[in-house]
Structures are given as structure tokens and as C-alpha cells.
Design a protein around this ligand. Sequence first.
Ligand code: FAD
Ligand code: DHB
Length: 431
Amino acid sequence: MRTQVGIIGAGPAGLLLSHLLHLAGIESVLLETQTRKHVEERVRAGVLEEVAERLLIDTGVGGRLKREGLRHHGIKIRYNGEGHRIDFKHLTGSHVTVYGQQEVVKDLIAVRLGAGGDIRFEVAEVSPHDFEGAEPHIRFMENGKQQVLHCDFIAGCDGFHGVCRPAIPSSSLTVFEREYPFGWLGVLVEAPPASEELIYAHHERGFALLSMRSPQVSRLYVQCDPNDDIANWSDARVWEEFHARMSGDDGVRQQEGRIIQKGITAMRSFVVEPMQHGKLFLAGDAAHIVPPTGAKGMNLAVADVSILSRALEAYYKKGREELLAAYSAICLRRIWKVQRFSWWMTSMLHKFAEHTPFDRRRQLAEIDYVTSSRAAATSLAENYVGLPMERDWVQDNRKTQSRSSNDFFRARLANPWAAFRKRRDARHILG
Ligand code: FAD
Ligand code: DHB
């Protein structure tokens, strides 16, 4: 079996990569250990930056996103029992869209399969080989039979616990990591959200977040012990904790409803450098993890594969290798800024056991500052709605400001390397 790009993992990163490659006329085969049902039902992130939303819409996977996605022009930060709004539209002209990750995954699977794409679910014992040599290939078991997929490149989109990152010699990688002494308990609830906008709440009992999936379904999170057993969280306890942390005099009270999903996620910051080794390229959670407070996990996966797909396109269409060589460096500039933002939001809003009374006062002063200073609020807003992609994207965008976003992306898809071609040297891209 042979293809141009062998992709491991059918999360947002792997699925979107295979879709973007298909649009560029590049073949791929996608290998996934889980069932289709499992990946389509996995409840995870829910916030899309505008640039990610536009990419999905303008590459033909945004039909349902446009109809069902909930456009948000701001968030509320709540402390001392009062909500304070950060107005994204006013401060940045931009917005985010609340649309569940599993919906993005469903849409991408439908589009790939509709276009005859090759996605193999329920494969086992997947392993990448010879990516340092001339014959990269992936071994896997399918219906009890050993298979070998030969390819030019391997894309490791297999998440944090995948096989691709550990397959790279550890002497070639540098890991940067920070664990947090707390996690998030997340629940999906059949009840309308108490607020049209997300509420991030700082509270002496710990952080809480009110989000949503639709006008009828709420997504709620509370800070918890990362090693806690989910069995310790009865529905009654979830409600008690959530109400307490959202309490205040302004009458915000989440309506209770049937809890249809419940899970605990540990929190960490993690980056591996570089994100490539020979012909193996890591993308998404395989290369980095952010704590979820900045709502960035899925967006970073989208950013990585949008860069990787364009670098592969330059290789196949123009024989240019320098963009593939620069893949990791281009991605890491964005990733580190997103890491900083996610760490900062997390530090500002969570309860830390080691905090002294001084630290608590400083934390409250920081929230007060960010919700009352236009400069500080703008900094939060521009990071939350999403930093521009790499430099060429920004410059192109400025030139095309008078055109609609659709025209802009159509132009990019028709001629995605126009800006890059002007700069022969990849260093310019990193400028
Ligand atoms: P993933 O979505 O993890 O996809 C990787 C895929 O690879 C999976 O389908 C997996 O089954 C498959 N795979 C793994 N190993 C192999 C193998 N050996 N062979 C083949 N396939 C393999 N982010 C937020 O911003 N907010 C949140 O609230 C939030 N909640 C989260 C909750 C959980 C439980 C987790 C794990 C993540 C959460 N995230 C959240 C992060 C966000 O969901 C991820 O950043 C996003 O899923 C990254 O996409 P990805 O495609 O890189 O990885
Ligand atoms: C959601 C998740 C986040 O991590 C976040 O910061 C905001 C919203 C969500 O799942 O809706």
C-alpha cells in the first residue's frame, strides 16, 4: 500500500490535514485506532478562533458550523461575585465561535469520506518507521492482518499519548513541561446556559467556567483535583460546587438539567522542540499541550496543519523543501505565544494551594486590572480571539482587507504560496 502522506490519528489535526492536502491534490491515508463513533462522540474543546472558523468555512467544511456555531463577541470574567465583560468586537473587531470539537470532527469525517478519502478506523499496533531514511512507512494491524503503508512523509497527529513523538530518538528532542496541581471536571448538561456569553469565574473555592454547546445545552467546568475519582462527583456535588463558584448578587444562576457527560482532565503545559524529525512531522497535541483556560488546544492543531499542508504543497508542486524545513520554527512562534497566554489565564483564574494571602490579593488586582484597563483588556482579547497566523498571512490579509474573507481564502487556496514566493529565504517568513 502506498500514499504520499501517511497520517496517524483522526482528531482535528489529522482530519483537517488530510482535507487540506486533498484540496491541494495530495493523497493521504489516515490511520486511527478508535472507532468512528468514538472519535465523533468524544467531548472536548468548544471554542474556534475566527481564523480557524474561516479556514473551515472557506475550505468547504463550514456548512453546519455557519448554521449552528454560536458567534461570541465577548466573555465575562467574574470575581468577588460580579461579572465584568471583555468586549472582543470593540477591542479587536473580531470574535470567536462556540462549536464543539466533536462537531468539527464529524464534519471533517463526512467531507473526507464524501470525497472518497481513505480513513482506516479501528487499526491497531500502529508504528512509524524509517522516517530518517529513504523509505518511510507505517506498520499497523487491520482486521487481524499486518499492513504496511509506504509514504513520502508521515504526519504524527496522534495526540499527546500517541506513538509518533516517542518514536523520535529522545536525544533529538527537547521537552518543555509544566504540570498544574489541579484539573477540570467538565459536564455536559441538558439545560440552557445561564448566560449568552462564556463566564470565567474566579472564586475562593476554585475556578469555574460556564460555556455551552447550543441554546439548549450547557458545558460547565469546575477546578478539581486532577487525580480525583469521577465517582466522587455525584451530580448533586457538581451542582453545589458550580452554583457556589458562580454565586453573586447579579442573579446569574445556571438552570439544572440532566448531566449527559462527565469527565476529569488534568492540566499541563507541554512543548516538544523541534516538531519534526526527518520525514516525520508532529502536529497538534502530539507536539504540544496547553491548559484549557485560554481555549486554544483545537485552534493550535488547526494552525499547525494549515502550515504543514502548505509546506507539503510547496514541496509537491514546486519542489521546494525550505518550508518543510522551517515547519517547526514557524509553528513554534505561535505555539509559545499561545502557551504564554494559556499559562497566564490559568494562573490568573485558578486557586493555587501554595498561594499566600499576598498572592491572592495580587491575583485579584490582576483581574481588576484586566477588566478595567483598556490596554490590558485588549491584550487578553487579541490573544483570545486568536493571533494572526504567520507573518505572510498578516501581510496578505492587510492587502486584501477590502475583500471579503471568502475572496481572501479563495485567493489563498488558488495560489497559497504567493506571499512565500516573494521571500525566497525561509528566514524572512520567520522575520
Ligand atoms: P486528538 O484530538 O487527541 O487526536 C488524536 C487522535 O489520534 C485521536 O483520535 C486518537 O484516538 C488517535 N491516536 C492516538 N494514538 C494513535 C495511534 N497509535 N495510532 C492511530 N491513532 C492514534 N482543549 C480546549 O481548548 N478546551 C477543552 O475544554 C479541552 N478539553 C479537553 C478534554 C480532554 C479529555 C482532552 C484530551 C483534550 C481537551 N482539550 C481541550 C484539548 C483539545 O481537545 C486538543 O488540543 C485537540 O483535541 C487536539 O487535536 P489533535 O488532533 O492534535 O489530537
Ligand atoms: C470551552 C473549553 C475551554 O477550555 C474554554 O476555555 C472555553 C470553553 C468549552 O468546552 O466550551
